[in-house]
Design a protein around this ligand. Structure first.
Ligand code: ZN
Length: 315
């Protein structure tokens, strides 16, 4: 019999399509997936309209809607290179975010060598230039407040654009999904703790095996573990989520995670058969432009060959 926690999580996964990104896909795999997604989508699918925008709208920045149903105006890009970071998968053009997220990444990257013994960040997908749903991967990452960060330290040289599009990270989880493998280090724990202690970060998604390792290795100061949320995948990268910036009423915050370190029964569920091998869920219908907040329609060109019509009930 399914546990209540389990049922809830499986339903949530089906609803949000959370986090099933093929973060490791190379540029050619990614291009093939995009082409297939366009071919299979209606012309007003939000992922088609937002996926073809190559530049942001001008500021000021506005995060509009929810993490898994929204868009972003006034995005800024994470520079491809900084002293303590390199942006990966440049051909995807997803290194755009809300300015508060970009500033936070730049600031924390600089602290990591001393605070975590981590030389720097390899940065994965953030958001598209105007946010919104993507043609490949990711239920969320739509309002510029989510970022995927590789669980692999930055090498001590600059990677070429081709290497950034092709290189794979090491998988930190054993094949049975029950624990971390030999690639896991104390620096990984300190990296995640540094991010979790940042007040504006509300959630960090990691593989359940990584949460289990953190639970085991953390001493009595455990409050930061509440933000570390187990989820499928996330064995090559972790995903940080920021709260809505102040003064942005169109941005929908998520309820904070439950209190406590999350290391008890709710974590145990993730190692049951039901969670390790979940039943397949039918593909979700793609979000139409009218499913997003009304303000998002102004950020994209109308579907080809038709005037844009947003039903009143979607406003
Ligand atoms: Zn993510």
């Amino acid at each position: 019999m399914k546990t209540l926690t389990g049922l809830w999580v499986l339903l949530l996964a089906a609803w949000t399509g959370c986090c099933n990104a093929s973060a490791q896909d190379t540029a050619s795999q990614e291009a093939a997936r995009r082409a297939m997604a366009i071919a299979q989508s209606p012309p007003d699918a939000a992922k088609v309209l937002f996926g073809r925008e190559v530049a942001p709208t001008p500021g000021p920045a506005r995060a509009i809607g929810a993490y898994e149903r929204g868009c972003l105006s006034g995005a800024v890009s994470m520079p491809a290179d900084g002293p303590n970071w390199q942006v990966m998968r440049p051909s995807r053009n997803r290194a755009w975010g809300h300015p508060v997220l970009i500033a936070l990444l730049e600031r924390l990257a600089g602290k990591l060598p001393t605070e975590a013994g981590w030389p720097g960040l390899l940065i994965g997908d953030i958001a598209q230039p105007r946010g919104g749903p993507m043609l490949t991967g990711h239920g969320s990452h739509q309002i510029g407040l989510d970022a995927d960060l590789w669980l692999m330290p930055m090498p001590d040289r600059r990677l070429s654009p081709q290497e950034r599009d092709e290189l794979s990270a090491a998988d930190l989880v054993t094949p049975d999904g029950m624990g971390v493998d030999a690639a896991w280090t104390p620096q990984h724990r300190r990296l995640l703790e540094t991010f979790a202690r940042e007040p504006s970060i509300t959630r960090i998604f990691v593989n359940p095996a990584i949460k289990r390792a953190l639970c085991r290795e953390t001493g009595s100061d455990r409050a930061w573990l509440a933000k570390i949320r187990p989820w499928w995948g996330h064995n090559y990268h972790f995903h940080i989520r920021l709260s809505c910036p102040g003064g942005e009423p169109e941005c929908h915050d998520q309820a904070p995670p439950p209190p406590g370190d999350g290391c008890g029964k709710e974590l145990d569920w993730w190692f049951t058969e039901e969670a390790l091998h979940p039943p397949p869920t039918p593909p979700r219908k793609p979000l139409r432009l009218a499913d997003l907040p009304h303000a998002c329609a102004a950020l994209v060109a109308a579907p080809s060959g038709q005037a844009l019509h947003v039903p009143a009930q979607a406003r």
